[in-house]
Design a protein around this ligand. Structure first.
Ligand code: ASP
Length: 349
């Protein structure tokens, strides 16, 4: 059923006839000023990412320069780290949860088709980026979690594997042995290094030479997290966000603080209002501090946690900002390098 009048009843009504007679003739229409064709200024290709991602930005940029789709290029880029057992913040080798189980989060967005896909607390699959992209491409959903996400991946032929490496298992054992004075675990000797809740993640945002944009964030999440905890990386709008008309942004660091401000979305909205990428990231950080509960800020109002935002706009301008000094990886279409982030606070220790 439709509310629209059919052509016959439209032409038959007196009011409509008057409207038709009032229409300008073809030549008059031609003489009217044609609407300007808005051509976006050519984009400067760019891929930016967290500091553990020089190889991913390089691969991503190489691929988009060859004409590969922005999301496909980004997935190929982050997979380098997901598959690297030495990177203990993502994919294979990522640090596990409190039970010693690796649970991975990832979300992605594809600007040209305005689609998103994500997985949360995914176990046993080395490359959650590929699974998130499958959710985006082949389902009417955005986020699959836990057992459902795992079974979805297996149905596409992914192999289930143990994601713990000997090194990440060892770090977990040390953490467990040092948990607290009242637990059942024996203390390990003082000289043995103690691992304290490390964080690490990849957020990668990319703009192609034609101005198409995609973003992806992938992580093993906070080390030693409560089983089932899903962080910002799995949440489109928080861990990353893309609007193909404006730009993309994403985050690494304390996910709960990012979720509280929907930071990926907020940063893109700041760019929509005209802010440059770095200023947009700084504005989102200030909001994250303002939204922090008292236990997460010190007596001077400084955050007790780290958080970084990364952003690109449609023209290929880029920037990043963090709570404390840091750096990020950039490929500007010519070469890859590290760039210092803007920041809100000096480190005190
Ligand atoms: N944002 C990630 C999370 O909270 C962790 C990180 O970036 O270090 O799961």
């Amino acid at each position: 059923m439709t509310d629209r009048p059919d052509r016959r009843s439209f032409l038959g009504s007196a009011g409509s006839l008057a409207a038709v007679l009032a229409l300008p003739r073809v030549r008059e229409v031609a003489a009217m000023q044609a609407p300007a064709i808005r051509r976006a200024p050519p984009a400067q290709p760019a891929a930016i990412s967290s500091a553990n991602s020089l190889a991913p930005v390089t691969r991503t940029a190489e691929l988009v320069l060859q004409g590969t789709d922005t999301l496909d290029a980004a997935v190929e880029g982050v997979k380098i780290q997901e598959l690297d057992p030495k990177d203990d913040s993502v994919g294979y080798g990522g640090l596990p949860n409190a039970d010693g189980v690796v649970q991975l989060d990832c979300s992605c967005m594809h600007g040209p088709t305005r689609r998103a896909g994500a997985v949360g607390a995914l176990e046993g699959i080395k490359t959650p980026s590929e699974v998130a992209r499958l959710v985006l491409k082949y389902t009417n959903h955005i986020l699959l979690v836990g057992e459902g996400a795992r079974r979805f991946a297996l149905s596409y032929g992914f192999k289930e594997e143990d994601l713990l490496t000997p090194e990440s298992r060892q770090k977990w054992l040390v953490w467990r042995a040092n948990r607290g004075p009242d637990d059942d675990w024996l203390q390990v000797p003082d000289k043995e290094p103690m691992v304290v809740r490390p964080t690490g993640t990849i957020n990668l945002n990319v703009v192609s030479p034609s101005g198409d944009i995609s973003s992806i964030t992938t992580t093993s999440g906070l080390a030693w997290k409560l089983p089932g905890r899903v962080g910002d990386s799995a949440i489109a709008g928080a861990g990353q966000y893309t609007d193909n008309e404006i730009g993309a942004a994403g985050s690494t660091g304390r996910g709960e603080s990012n979720i509280m401000v929907c930071g990926g979305f907020l940063t893109v909205e700041a760019m929509r209002r005209g802010l440059k990428p770095t200023d947009a990231c700084l504005e989102t950080l200030r909001r994250a501090v303002a939204m922090s509960p008292a236990r997460l800020v010190d007596e001077k109002g400084r955050p007790k946690f780290g958080l970084t935002f990364y952003a690109v706009n449609k023209r290929g301008e880029f920037g990043a900002a963090s709570m404390f000094p840091g750096r990020y990886a950039v490929h500007d279409g010519k070469d890859a390098r590290f760039v210092d982030t803007a920041y809100l606070y000096e480190r005190t220790k």
